[in-house]
Design a protein around this ligand. Structure first.
Ligand code: C2E
Ligand code: C2E
Length: 179
């Protein structure tokens, strides 16, 4: 039988759902572990873990600048030359739909290799592997990503990618004054 302290513990395990976007490797692993071990969430329905290896010539840090999770609970990290994404509550059949929302380019243009885990025990086993990665192999976002400067001037409005209009003045103040 549940006592209030247990409920508090269980609810605190849903905290990772409040994270979004880039997380350091250890924070990412802890967040996914909390999700997978949370008995309040549906068995084998916590979400999809996907590891993406960039095409030759693109660094993971560069690939990250193209990765824009919109949904709270969608988290990403970099390590061992892979970009790992956890898409909370995404079904495996919807993975391509979700990736199309998250990347403004076809993922096949950015990544040459994809590995997907979606059952609790698969995700838990991969986490054991991921936790063995030594900190010198963790990668950090480029400074430009850290300041959230957009590489492509577009945002996802829930349906499609839209360019963000920029105001453009056709005449300078000086020109206006001479008229
Ligand atoms: P779902 O979560 O069951 O959502 C089903 C449909 O409800 C979505 O179809 C979308 O039309 C609508 N919907 C759900 N949440 C939102 C929202 O926050 N905003 C808006 N505007 N609409 C929402 P859609 O877009 O074809 O996605 C199909 C499935 O793909 C989703 O099923 C989910 O499993 C997955 N998915 C899509 N985008 C994302 C994402 O950004 N992150 C994650 N984790 N999963 C996603
Ligand atoms: P959120 O779940 O954090 O999602 C933030 C934004 O990501 C959404 O803004 C939408 O632009 C995009 N997004 C997330 N999931 C999906 C998806 O499955 N399909 C599509 N097409 N886009 C997605 P938006 O639409 O303004 O929604 C704001 C918030 O309202 C969402 O935050 C969520 O908390 C809630 N919401 C909206 N629609 C739904 C829905 O169908 N189901 C649920 N469970 N929540 C929804």
């Amino acid at each position: 039988r549940l006592v209030p302290e247990d409920i508090t513990t269980l609810l605190s395990m849903t905290q990772p759902l409040k994270l979004r976007g880039f997380q350091p490797w250890n924070v990412f692993c802890d967040a996914v572990a909390n999700m997978v071990n949370n008995p309040l969430l549906p068995a084998d329905g916590k979400g999809v873990l996907v590891a993406l290896r960039p095409v030759p010539g693109i660094r993971v840090e560069q690939a990250l600048t193209l990765c824009r999770p919109n949904r709270v609970g969608d988290i990403v990290s970099l390590g061992d030359n892979r970009l790992v994404l956890f898409l909370a509550f995404c079904r495996v059949n919807d993975l391509d739909t979700a990736l199309n929302h998250i990347f403004p380019l076809p993922t096949a243009d950015i990544f040459s290799n994809r590995v997907v885990w979606f059952e609790d025990n698969q995700i838990a086993a991969e986490l054991v592997q991921m936790r063995t990665l030594s900190p010198e192999k963790w990668a950090k976002p480029l400074p430009v990503t850290a300041t959230e400067k957009k590489i492509i001037n577009a945002e996802h409005d829930g349906t499609s990618w839209r360019r963000i209009p920029e105001p453009l003045r056709l005449f300078s103040e000086a020109t206006e004054r001479t008229s």
